[in-house]
Design a protein around this ligand. Structure first.
Ligand code: ADP
Length: 568
């Protein structure tokens, strides 16, 4: 409909009605005819304006919002499929930023371009035919002008896309610098250290680089723009008008009215050609953005979701690692030939110094990373045989660094949508984690919003309380294996003891894997693995490891003073 309106506006109102008005004034000299066509021109213009207003402000607003929502949903869903490791590579982050910020806009532009393209062709055929029939030489000059213009625009757009890729990286850096000024974890550091000066310096350097890039691309594109303007001026305006003037003077076949109509048709033809020559390169450029999106969507995760895979048993599960080696960069393994087994219902600990590879090992168990060599087994079946979601569902995990979300407390505990039938489950989990009293301080209780990001009455937690929130998630989940990665690093010794006691009581019949560098937390475990530099160097229970007098015993002795206080 919009296409039809555009053609009607350009050809019927701009040329046909205009011709009738000119005829009325210069030839028939019938004023009522002139008045009639003026009235028609005015009426059509009003109808078209009203329609365009409705189309742009109501119809387009809805369709554009629908398209945006659909695309953002697809991107978010796809993003979850991406292997965790891809988020540590800056090229991938650049692409993610590109698709998330540009795809919806570019997709809408493509729709618009297609309609504009059809409208321009319609106008070109009708208005152009008029010029071609009257003065083909003028039509040739205009057509030549816009073919050259299209070639120049294609070249320019290629450079612009290159510029966009570079600017996108700058934009991501800028986003980061802006983010650290207001995100809670960062603002504290900037108050008590000089980190903001270091960041400011980085930002200034990045800004200087941005300015250099802008200049570089400006010089590249401005050449094309100057050529394009010159071409349009000479072949699109000067030559056609000079030719028309000369032909009118030499042949004397045109009246002033006919010249006016021919000029109107020439203008419409130029506008249509200008539209086509701009739309085609724009379409081509937008297809580059869509290819980027397509490549993003076509990504096949290295870790298959294996939708048709088997489901693990819904009781305590065992987990086994066999000759597992893994490196974030293949040349430098951070896990070497790991053999480990946690049987159904066993309580096992992994201990060792920072950077030994403990968290990486857990991520391998969860199939967040694939081992470079070796295998992972759950209940003696290779992990890759399972449906990935069902497999991961068997784990309840509290990571050392956990997040709270600007959602009700209940959803932060469940990490899922809250329904009122889950009230008891949430309250029990909060109680076990030691957060019941904290929640009761708030009138809305478990429905209180977490963080003050959007709600001034929101619940803010300390570091230790955030760890307790992570533990409440473990208590709220029906899982076969509980993994706790340094769950007590932010807890005071008394809370830590209580936490371990409650956890042992509440994971009876479940498999428990506890990672800690605090040996007081692991002494009652069935088995302890001591890791160093990506290898398991000692295995045994607390008593056996102390008797061996090795690395575990040395670490224990180094921490002994603290344990005596704790035990006391
Ligand atoms: P731990 O949990 O024992 O403290 P981690 O498993 O977190 O140790 O880390 C083991 C090693 O792997 C460290 O040297 C760390 O720097 C490195 N590492 C951890 N995560 C990444 C990552 N995403 N990319 C590259 N190296 C990493």
């Amino acid at each position: 409909m919009s296409v039809f309106m555009k053609i009607a506006n350009a050809v019927f109102i701009g040329v046909f009605c205009f011709q009738e008005i000119i005829n009325g004034i210069f030839y028939t000299k019938q004023l009522q005819n002139v008045a009639f066509w003026l009235f028609i021109q005015l009426l059509c213009t009003m109808i078209i304006n009203l329609y365009e207003d409705w189309y742009n402000r109501i119809y387009r607003l809805k369709t554009d919002t629908d398209i945006k929502e659909e695309i953002q949903n697809r991107i978010s869903k796809k993003c979850i499929e991406y292997d965790l490791l891809t988020f540590t590579k800056s090229d991938n982050l650049d692409r993610y930023k590109r698709v998330i910020t540009s795809t919806d806009e570019k997709c809408i532009e493509i729709f618009e371009s297609v309609f504009d393209y059809i409208a321009s062709i319609g106008i070109l055929i009708l208005a152009g035919a008029f010029v071609v029939v009257e003065e083909p030489i003028i039509a040739i000059s205009i057509i030549f002008c816009y073919i050259v213009d299209m070639l120049l625009t294609l070249r320019k757009n290629k450079v612009l896309f290159e510029e966009y890729m570079i600017m996108n990286r700058h934009q991501r850096k800028e986003d980061y610098f802006i983010r650290v000024n207001y995100v809670k974890n960062f603002v504290l550091d900037s108050r008590v250290s000089n980190i903001s000066s270091a960041l400011q310096k980085q930002y200034d350097d990045s800004y200087a680089e941005l300015q250099r890039d802008i200049k570089k691309y400006f010089l590249k594109t401005s050449g094309y723009e100057a050529l394009s303007a010159l071409n349009k001026m000479i072949f699109g305006a000067h030559i056609p008008y000079i030719l028309l003037g000369l032909l009118a003077l030499i042949t004397r076949k045109y009246t002033a009215g006919e010249i006016a109509v021919l000029v109107a048709a020439m203008i419409k033809m130029r506008t249509a050609l200008s539209g086509i020559t701009m739309i085609y390169p724009k379409l081509k450029q937008n297809m580059l953005y869509m290819n980027d999106y397509q490549e993003f969507m076509n990504y096949e995760p290295g870790i298959s979701r294996n939708e048709k895979g088997i489901c693990p048993e819904t009781k305590a599960n065992s987990i086994r690692l066999q000759n597992v080696t893994f490196g974030y960069d293949k040349e430098h393994p951070v896990l070497r030939n790991i053999n480990m087994e946690v049987k159904r219902g066993e309580k096992v600990a992994i201990v060792g110094y920072n950077g030994a590879g403990k968290t990486t090992l857990v991520k391998i168990m969860l199939r967040l990373y694939l081992p470079d060599t070796g295998s992972v087994f759950m209940d003696d079946t290779a992990a890759e045989m399972y449906n990935l979601s069902a497999y991961r569902e068997r784990f309840a995990i509290a990571f050392q660094e956990s997040n709270t979300y600007a959602l009700p407390v209940a959803e932060n505990v469940l990490m899922d949508i809250y329904e009122s039938d889950k009230k008891e489950q949430v309250e029990e989990a909060l109680n076990k984690a030691g957060l019941k009293e904290k929640t009761e301080e708030y009138a809305k209780g478990i429905l209180c919003e977490m963080t003050q990001e959007f709600d001034d009455e929101g619940m803010e937690l300390s570091g230790g309380q955030t760890q307790k929130m992570a533990l409440s998630r473990v208590y709220a989940k029906e899982s076969g294996i509980v993994i706790l990665d340094e769950p007590s690093s932010a807890l005071d010794p008394i809370s830590e003891n209580e936490m371990i006691k409650t956890m042992m009581e509440n994971t009876k019949g479940k498999t428990l894997l506890l990672i800690s560098h605090r040996l007081s937390a692991v002494r009652d475990m069935d088995r302890i693995y001591f890791m160093e530099k990506g290898e398991i160097v000692e295995v045994g229970n607390h008593k056996e490891l102390l008797e061996r007098g090795g690395k575990y015993a040395r670490m224990w002795n180094a921490q002994a003073d603290k344990y005596q206080v704790n035990n006391g």
